[in-house]
Design a protein around this ligand. Structure first.
Ligand SMILES: [Zn+2]
Length: 179
């Protein structure tokens, strides 16, 4: 059995962080990696982090695309990461809508807590990188203090944000995550 006590992770939101934000994206043709994402992931791996994706996908609840569409896109994305020598440890998604009482839709911390338990993640040594305040809130409520809001996705109010750092995009990550 694989058992690592101090496994640390980088939790990445998907849209606006990994790929250019497109409303209710589900087609591979509409998916464009943000410049610098692969280099950033190499940096994470070199520092010993596992990489986990946590993404709200209410387009499924809204019937704009199917769960299967999300899976096809995710499998393709994981392969693209693989081609670039990057391993995504796991991908979590919430298929529910904003009115749902689920515990997985960010700002709820459900997806992060599930990942923590399944993969034995030390949340104190982990980071969340998102483009919305809901990412920061979910991380904080899951025990992650190290949070980064990137400006490559949605516009946010940085003055009222609880994020620890603000960056134009993941391309600048090496300025913040040093060890
Ligand atoms: Zn949910």
């Amino acid at each position: 059995m694989e058992y690592q006590l101090n496994k640390k992770a980088i939790f990445l939101d998907r849209d606006g962080v990994i790929n250019i934000e497109v409303n209710y994206l589900y087609r591979i043709n509409d998916f464009e990696f943000i410049e610098g994402i692969f280099e950033a992931c190499h940096h994470f791996q070199n520092l010993g982090y596992s990489i986990i994706i946590v993404t709200n996908q209410s387009g499924i609840a809204r019937d704009l695309y199917k769960d299967e569409d999300f899976q096809v896109l995710t499998n393709w994305m994981i392969k693209e990461f693989k081609k670039n020598n990057i391993t995504i440890l796991d991908t979590y998604y919430c298929p529910h809508g904003p009115e749902s009482k689920c515990n997985c839709r960010k700002p709820k911390p459900g997806m992060l807590i599930e990942a923590k338990i399944k993969h034995n993640i030390n949340m104190k040594n982990s980071w969340m990188i998102g483009d919305k305040e809901v990412d920061i809130k979910a991380a904080n409520d899951a025990g992650i203090k190290n949070t980064i809001l990137v400006r490559s996705g949605h516009k946010t109010n940085e003055a009222s944000s609880n994020a620890m750092f603000f960056l134009d995009s993941i391309k600048q990550i090496e300025q913040v995550i040093l060890k």
